[in-house]
Design a protein around this ligand. Structure first.
Ligand code: KPL
Length: 297
């Protein structure tokens, strides 16, 4: 398959490399256009891969059957709208990002748009991408789809397992949102790796209760205790990792707080549900962002 990956951070490079090794024709699309790019990956088992890829080729884009978008939430809508007119109508656009609300920023497009969330964890270190831990990528349309299983899920699964298809991706997005609403801003409040947050269980309970109340109004049948179990599980499994939001703050980049806790707050206001603990964390992150100066995107 001919593929363009828009957004070549750690996750984008991971997919570029995995799809290439599976025999697909892949190019990267970078904000500052360049004709090629080189990717170095260190896999969780220590195996290393190095490949060079074409980049920013408009002809390649015009023939792409898949546009995989791995940008940060705040960058997606403007970047997609800029290149979307160059895409063929049969190209599928996959938006893979943390948080929710990006899809609401896009007008209806002729291409099929799918949402994806992933628990693969990777970061960049000295020009390399370290694939820290394998995870699961959840993929599907934002509204219930008649089409039961997308072959795209199989294709992506062969390249970088596990990939799970959902006829309605919203419950999976909300579960991931809940985890990010707790871990990401708390990691900024306490300036620590995910595992150290386990000691704040009282605060986590309150956050989960508020999030579950909003999720229930969204028709998702959330249970605060189950949410807390999922959050605890992720904290244990990623104990040594720093959340993406803390990494953003530390490197002076804009965080995804408006698409994570910000999205929850907008929903809570709409339903008239008070969420003071989540609001306090949101304000704390926003203050931290502006204290660090005008954030880089
Ligand atoms: O998705 C994450 C993130 O850092 O954005 C978690 C699940 C919190 C893992 O660090």
């Amino acid at each position: 398959m001919k593929i363009t990956v828009l957004g070549c951070g750690a996750l984008g490079q991971l997919w570029l490399s995995a799809l290439h090794r599976q025999g697909h024709e892949v190019q990267g699309w970078l904000r500052s256009a360049q004709p090629s790019m080189t990717v170095h990956i260190t896999a969780p088992d220590g195996e290393r891969h190095r490949h060079s890829f074409p980049a920013n080729d408009p002809q390649w884009l015009a023939n792409s059957e898949l546009l995989l978008v791995t940008l940060k939430a705040a960058q997606i809508s403007s970047a997609v709208l800029q290149i979307q007119p160059l895409l063929p109508p049969h190209c599928t656009i996959v938006l893979m990002h943390n948080g929710m609300g990006v899809i609401d920023e896009l007008p209806p497009l002729p291409q099929t748009v799918l949402r994806a969330i992933t628990t693969h964890s990777a970061w960049r270190h000295q020009g390399r991408v370290i694939h820290v831990a394998h995870g699961v990528t959840h993929l599907g349309p934002v509204a219930c789809d008649e089409n039961p299983l997308s072959p795209l899920a199989d294709l992506l699964h062969e390249a970088l397992p596990e990939v799970a298809w959902h006829n309605d991706i919203l419950p999976a997005c909300w579960n991931k949102l809940a985890i990010n609403c707790v871990i990401n801003p708390l990691s900024i409040k306490y300036d620590c790796p995910n595992g150290e947050l386990l000691q704040y269980s009282g605060e986590i309970t309150t956050l989960c209760e508020e999030i579950a109340a909003v999720m229930n109004r969204e028709g998702l049948h959330a249970d605060a205790r189950q949410l807390q179990q999922s959050v605890t599980h992720v904290m244990q499994n990623s104990a040594a990792n720093y959340s993406s939001m803390l990494q953003d703050i530390r490197t002076g980049r804009r965080t995804e707080i408006d698409y994570i806790t910000g999205y929850l707050l907008r929903k809570a206001v709409g339903y008239g549900i008070p969420v003071p603990a989540n609001r306090e964390l949101y304000q704390r992150v926003k203050t931290k962002e502006s204290a660090d100066g005008h954030p880089k995107i």
